[in-house]
Design a protein around this ligand. Structure first.
Ligand code: 2NE
Length: 275
């Protein structure tokens, strides 16, 4: 696949090719831990991919290996910039802006696939949990560290994780802070498949291409339907927003707008009351 660089960032790489966007966290010296700047850049790249009608699938991955030979997807918040009330950006403001990114990944009406090589730990683990699908390399290592390092993610990081692996396993993951192999992750339903590290990206592209052959509107509605099951009113808003979009796209919805603009009464009697 002939990746084209979209824009140069400090902490991430952003590429596109043939309907696929690829966002790579590029801080291998920190096991791809994110600082606020990293998250701002990821948010911008995800927003660009969302707005691009040619893009249907977004791959999220981590650069590597580092010079010590180790791989990482992401090791969570950069503890070296953690201040009194979050992770401190260059202007000195502490924030937890990864929570905004989590919501964007979850609600973006395209398929987001995490490609995990090496560590997916802490807030980095939550990022793969949020993605629609996860393809793990055989060297992937999964785990939460919050209670060990004085943090926790009680949002999607706890509740959605429990939807994936069940309550008992999710509590084990958070309360014991163990690390799990790719095979263990597969057995607990945390990932979709495990492939040799050398095949990770190619497998991601293969899955993306299978998805790109499918109906964009069907995938869009399915994603929001899966979200609606867990996301309360925000989930219903997404699902209903798609219903509104489809209504705008058909003749019956357009009749209301046309009648208003043409200063006439709408003729809704021409449309059937379907069973
Ligand atoms: C990821 C892990 C298990 C890797 O271990 P290992 O032994 O392979 O590497 P090492 O030596 O620990 O790390 C290599 C370099 O990366 C830095 C380290 O400090 C080290 O730097 P140098 O000594 O070479 O200079 N590094 C790794 N992770 C970092 C991090 N998160 N922040 C800053 N520097 C990091 C091992 O490194 C590990 O356990 N990392 C910490 C994982 C962690 O606890 N993450 C934060 C969880 S809290 C969170 O992410 C969060 C949240 O809970 C809620 C909201 C937002 C964020």
């Amino acid at each position: 696949i002939a990746w084209q660089s979209v824009k140069t960032y400090e902490d991430i790489l952003y590429h596109k090719a043939d309907g696929i966007a690829k966002i790579t966290i590029n801080r291998p010296h920190k096991r791809n831990a994110f600082r606020p700047q990293t998250v701002f850049e990821m948010y911008a790249a995800f927003t660009d991919a969302r707005e691009d009608p040619k893009i249907g699938v977004i791959l999220l991955t981590g650069a590597g290996p580092h010079t010590d030979g180790k791989y990482a997807f992401c090791s969570g918040g950069d503890q070296s910039v953690r201040g009194e009330a979050g992770y401190v950006d260059e202007s000195g403001v502490p924030r937890l802006n990864v929570l905004d990114l989590q919501r964007l990944i979850r609600s973006i009406p395209k398929v987001v696939i995490a490609l995990v090589a090496g560590y997916a730990i802490g807030g980095g683990h939550v990022l793969h949990v949020i993605c629609d699908l996860t393809i793990a390399a055989d060297n992937a290592i999964f785990g939460q560290t919050g209670p060990k390092v004085g943090s926790f993610d009680g949002g999607f990081g706890a509740s959605y994780l429990a939807r994936l692996v069940g309550q008992k396993k999710a509590r084990e993951i958070w309360f014991l802070c163990r690390q799990y192999s790719a095979q263990e992750a597969m057995e607990m339903g945390l990932v979709n498949c495990v492939v040799p590290i050398a095949e990770l990206e190619a497998e991601g592209v293969r899955w993306a291409n299978e998805i790109l052959d499918k109906s964009p509107l069907a995938i869009r509605c399915l994603k929001s339907a899966f979200n609606a099951d867990c996301d309360g009113q925000a989930g219903l808003q997404e699902l209903a927003g798609n219903a509104t979009m489809l209504y705008y796209m058909n003749e019956e919805g357009s009749e209301g707008k046309s009648a208003f603009l043409e200063k006439r009464d709408p003729n809704f009697r021409q449309f059937p009351w379907r069973p």
